[in-house]
Design a binder for this molecule. Structure first.
Ligand code: C2E
Ligand code: MG
Ligand code: MG
Length: 689
């Protein structure tokens, strides 16, 4: 190249190679020249280069760089030329105003030329006009600038990356990740994505997908953050340049998790619920099948929980359930499961046990754990659970089947005196059909009025005169004969059948007493028992008024007996109802007094006429000093509140004498008379009877 001549003629297509080179050099859209060393004189320039500097290809040859391009330009580029003369390939961009006044952006390459002995002989100059490309890029730069301003006002983290390498990001990105922008610049976006999510992110990036996806990223301090990511390929530029919006979805995830938790847990005790239990037990069973281990399902029901709920209110009941849940949870291994099915029903699943004895041991431990008193609303309370146990694979191999077996066994535990545990045995299932059959029979009894009332007299201790009757219901059972209320009242309540029975009892008692009175017998009141549930659910005052009206009985001849539990409940409503009953002229007695949790405060608040001392305190008098003390206290308390006291289940003369001495007003019991049917009562009442 260093022997170039400026104007070699071209003689046809086969002309000299110099002429061909000249043709090529003048045709390319670039400015080209060659300057030698050490003088930096021009040896060659194409037409473009010469013309650009105001020369011809002939006149420029031999000029120094300074002469060729002018002093002003020389001063501007001198440092580059010096670097080039030291053998460096120099590349730079320069804005240049061309003679037309237009501003162009050029890219200059100074390429050193060496001899085979590595001695620098000169430098090629290659100048290309990059105005168009530069303008395109500056448009992008401006739009990036606009984007940057936009990204700074949003709370969402935004970053730009090219081929996965971060080129920019906003403040929110710094806040989200804990890294400063300089720390992340040039790093791969995949570095920040948790390991297990990298493949997903990589796939989205590779495919240029623009729909949102979720991954977790790692904060600088190590914690992970769930995020939603949307990547968009930037227009104007090649496809691998992307802007990515990263949204922190921790709150949303937490809400989702909370929702899932709620769907699978009982809100009161936070224990797993029925759904969770079914799912989990299913998994446990399939594992037990594979690994061949035994599983026990314990169905746990609290004895007399309803009494607590009725006496102390739902709030106390709830607290007790939470405490019970906690004790159950702490009594099993971490790998076992305790769930609450409903009300006072819990289930424990014991995994990986070896013999039925293991299950028995846990059940005994649960019963033992419950034995120490709970404190509910400052009152110490004891609870006993009845537990039914079924075993996989012996009793059943399905979730439903095991639960059913354990439930059946639990009923047997209740029947065997409560507070104990029973293993499932095949014959037990009969019980379940019993329940259904009993419910059906009871419905039939209601439809056909298959009930009778027995009447038990109440006597004044002072003079032995008759002061009233208590009406006690019996069921005329098709197979079993007369069935006592203890066997069907609670059951009726649980099946929603108590209301029609209670209505019949009230009406029949009033009708019968009125009939006797019309014959000149029994000018004393009849007392009717109302269960707490009836009292809450029915418009008691309204219905009593209607019954009195329908039967024509004077209100002063009717009394109702309520258990203490009624008084602890919905104070306002109870007071209103009791006042309405009093306003009718109907008497109110508190039955089974002393078994609930009533205090003087309760009693003072309500319009009550009589306290009926519970049979459990009467039965062992006068032998039991404790019971004598209790009965004494109740009688004194009653009197101080201007209430009459009645002792029930008085069977012996000694009891009667003691009660008389203690100042009790009335007695009722076998000593006077057992409850009698209407006919017997009528005979008992008749002067000749
Ligand atoms: P309660 O109101 O305390 O009735 C007294 C219970 O003691 C009656 O049992 C009665 O037969 C029994 N009894 C009476 N005297 C003696 C005695 O000297 N010794 C012994 N050991 N027992 C005696 P019953 O008739 O089986 O009634 C049981 C409970 O069923 C009643 O207890 C009452 O709470 C409830 N009940 C009875 N009739 C009705 C009714 O019509 N409606 C509602 N809701 N409950 C009723
Ligand atoms: Mg009673
Ligand atoms: Mg009683």
């Amino acid at each position: 190249m260093h022997e170039l001549t400026s104007e070699a003629p071209i003689s046809g297509p086969q002309g000299s190679s110099d002429a061909l080179l000249r043709l090529i050099a003048d045709s390319v859209p670039a400015l080209m020249a060659y300057f030698d060393l050490p003088g930096l004189r021009c040896q060659f320039a194409n037409q473009g280069y010469a013309a650009y500097n105001g020369h011809s290809v002939a006149s420029i040859v031999g000029l120094t760089v300074q002469e060729a391009i002018g002093t002003k330009a020389w001063l501007a580029i001198q440092p580059y030329i010096e670097r080039s003369t030291r053998g460096e390939h120099v590349k730079y961009m320069r804005e240049q105003t061309i003679p037309s006044g237009e501003s162009r952006m050029i890219e200059v390459n100074l390429i050193p030329h060496f001899s085979p002995q590595k001695q620098q002989l000169g430098s090629f100059v290659l100048i290309t006009d990059i105005t168009d490309r530069w303008q395109a890029e500056s448009t992008v730069r401006q739009s990036e600038e606009r984007m940057r301003k936009f990204t700074e006002i949003t709370d969402e983290a935004i970053l730009f990356h090219r081929d996965g390498l971060i080129t920019d990001g906003n403040d929110a990105l710094t806040r989200l990740t804990g890294y400063t922008l300089p720390e992340v610049m040039g790093l791969s976006i995949f570095n920040f994505i948790s390991h297990e999510w990298r493949a997903v992110a990589y796939e989205y990036t590779r495919a240029g997908r623009e729909d949102p996806y979720e991954v977790t990223i790692r904060h600088k301090d190590g914690h992970t953050i769930p995020v939603e990511v949307v990547g968009k390929t930037m227009p104007q530029l090649h496809a691998d340049y992307r802007v990515v919006v990263v949204r922190d979805i921790t709150a949303r995830k937490e809400a989702q998790e909370r929702e899932t938790f709620l769907a699978l847990h009982d809100t009161l005790t936070q224990l797993p619920n029925r759904r969770f239990l079914m799912e989990q037990l299913g998994k446990v069973l399939s594992m037990a099948r594979r690994r061949k281990f035994m599983v026990a399902v314990l169905f746990i029901n609290l004895d007399h929980f309803k009494t607590v709920n009725d006496s102390l209110g739902h709030h106390a009941g709830d607290q007790l359930l939470c405490d019970v849940a906690e004790r159950l949870r702490q009594s099993v291994r971490d790998t076992d499961l305790v769930a609450r099915l409903s009300g006072d029903e819990f289930v424990a699943v014991l995994t990986d046990i070896h013999t039925p004895d293991d299950a028995a041991m846990v059940a005994d431990k649960l019963i033992e754990t419950m034995r120490s008193a709970f404190t509910v609303g400052n009152l110490p309370l004891t609870m006993s659970p009845s537990i039914g146990i079924s075993l996989f694979p012996g009793d059943d191999t399905t979730v439903q089947g095991l639960l059913r077996c354990a439930d059946t066994a639990m009923y047997h535990a209740k029947d065997s005196g409560r507070g104990n545990r029973q293993f499932y045995q095949p014959g037990m299932d009969v019980h379940a059909t019993d329940v259904l059959q009993q419910e059906r029979q009871l419905r039939e009894a209601i439809a056909s009025n298959a009930f009778v009332l027995h009447y038990q007299p109440q006597i004044c201790l002072a003079d032995g005169s008759l002061k009233g009757f208590e009406a006690l219901v019996r069921w005329r059972h098709p197979e079993r004969g007369l069935v006592g209320p203890d066997e069907f009242i609670t059951f009726s309540e649980s099946r929603g059948l108590i209301t029609p029975i209670g209505r019949w009892v009230t009406h029949e008692a009033c009708r019968q007493l009125k009939a006797w009175q019309d014959e000149g017998l029994a000018m004393v009141p009849v007392a009717v028992n109302l269960s707490a549930l009836e009292f809450r659910q029915r418009d008691v005052a309204g219905e009593l008024a209607a019954v009195l009206h329908a039967t024509g009985l004077e209100p002063r001849f009717l009394e109702i007996e309520l258990t203490e539990s009624v008084l602890m409940h919905h104070t306002g409503q109870v007071l209103e109802t009791l006042n309405a009953i009093k306003a009718l002229g109907v008497g109110v007695t508190i039955d089974d007094f002393g078994t609930g949790y009533s205090s003087l405060a309760y009693l003072k608040r309500y319009p009550i006429d009589k306290l009926k001392i519970d049979r459990s305190f009467v039965m062992d008098t006068p032998q039991s000093a404790d019971d004598v003390a209790i009965v004494t206290a109740i009688i004194q308390m009653g009197h101080s509140l201007q209430l009459k006291t009645v002792a029930e289940c008085v069977e012996t003369a000694e009891q009667k004498e003691l009660l008389h001495r203690l100042g009790c007003d009335l007695v009722q019991g076998f000593l006077v008379s057992a409850p009698m049917d209407a006919q017997a009562t009528q005979r008992w009442l008749s002067p000749q009877g």
